[in-house]
Design a protein around this ligand. Sequence first.
Ligand SMILES: [Zn+2]
Length: 294
Amino acid sequence: MLVTLHEILSDANERHYAVGAFNCLSLENVMGALEAAEELRSPIILQLAEVQFPEAPMELMAPLFLEAAKRSSVPVCVHLDHGQSLETCVKAIRLGFTSVMFDGAGLPFDDNVRMSKEVTRIAKAAGVDVEAELGKVGDAGDSMADVFTDVGESVRFVEETGIDALAIAIGNQHGHYVHTPQLNIQRLIEIHDAVGLPLVLHGGSGTSIEDFKACIRNGICKINVATAIQRGVMKRIKERLAQNPDEEYIPLKKVMTEASREVVTEHILLFKDPYPTSPRGGEKDPLYLPEGRR
Ligand SMILES: [Zn+2]
């Protein structure tokens, strides 16, 4: 069933798990992702980023995402990832996306507020939810200094914009990590306590299992996964071609769907159970923070 971001994330926020938001660029990705979600009886977010439009145009992907969501037996949110302009967000809303992200993280704070607020005003009129971003999520290779989301700014940002979910920067990075990132869980706790809104972690591929779990226990409700799917699919394609260099297209297509299912399954299982040992009923538990970051 097709649902909004708010519907999906409020349950996750209450019950302390995270919903995987998977960037899907193909029919194989979408079919694999939904098979995984249905098998695990888990909600899921299908998303497409504006930078991916050349390979997967939004106008073509929207009907696929939406029809797949409507036919699904689990809650599915169809989300625009990293909308770079108001126009793109409006286009996504017109196409039927149930949620849009406006990415103004690169803008000065006041411009980010103004734009995110405008996107939210338009989206809300159409019954669509909004994610926005504050602080800079690094790109692989960036230095970590001075890019963390500020707690005071988060509070102002959320109050002034009226968004439904906030993407934060706590040392997470997009793309392929050179080193496993060290996430600032203390900052996450402070932001979550201050804003009380579902928080989003971008750059999920390559994060350690321990860090994922610490994030989810402390307020992260949506985790974006893009690179891991692409890597997982390529790994399986290479394996198959190594076994049989003359493999045909249709069997390879099945390999791609199956690999997408595997990667999504692995992440859903990880995101739904954030407790490494005895669960404590979902309360905040700094005892389980990774070593050195308590
Ligand atoms: Zn992102």
